[in-house]
Design a protein around this ligand. Structure first.
Ligand code: 4NP
Length: 151
């Protein structure tokens, strides 16, 4: 079964939404995939997703309230087939964390979406509910593209 890890900064806003969007898309399309998310930072380790992220997921029919934040670790680059960064800074930080024997394909999430290659999913942390809806739209587009590729 393919395994996908989404990585943002805090693992409480964008990557949990990406995890929820991929779980929803995979279930809808009948695709089996292992999904997880992590942060490059550890400030929020053990925390549930931000309440605004949980609310945005709920507005779109997904429940991410059971997720808990963790920091990305070197073995993730061997356990997962794809390690996908939510923004370009996350991708640069992953490059510094990846061990020499990494087997995962490491890339930028929005590279999966035609016309959005090279772009970052904006950090909604200092934004409002509409910014979290925009995050959901971005990660959902990427999740749909990923499911189409995996099936
Ligand atoms: P995320 O958002 O990387 O999408 O989870 C953030 C969450 C927390 C912080 C920054 C971004 N923070 O600075 O605590």
């Amino acid at each position: 079964m393919p395994a996908v890890l989404f990585v943002c900064l805090g693992n409480i806003c964008r990557s949990p939404l990406a995890e929820g969007a991929l779980r929803a898309a995979a279930a809808r399309e009948g695709v089996d995939v292992v999904v997880d998310s992590a942060g490059t930072g550890n400030w929020h380790a053990g925390d549930p997703p931000d309440p605004r992220a949980r609310a945005a997921a709920r507005r779109h029919g997904a429940d991410i309230s059971g997720l808990r934040a963790r920091q990305v670790r070197p073995e993730d680059f061997r356990r997962f087939d794809y390690v996908l960064a939510l923004d370009r800074q996350n991708l640069a930080d992953l490059g510094a964390i990846a061990p020499a024997d990494a087997t995962a394909q490491v890339g930028l999430l929005m590279d999966l979406v035609p016309g959005r290659e090279g772009s970052s999913v904006a950090d909604p942390y200092y934004g409002e509910d509409s910014d979290f809806d925009m995050t959901w739209d971005d990660v959902s587009a990427a999740a749909e593209a990923l499911v189409a590729r995996l099936r």
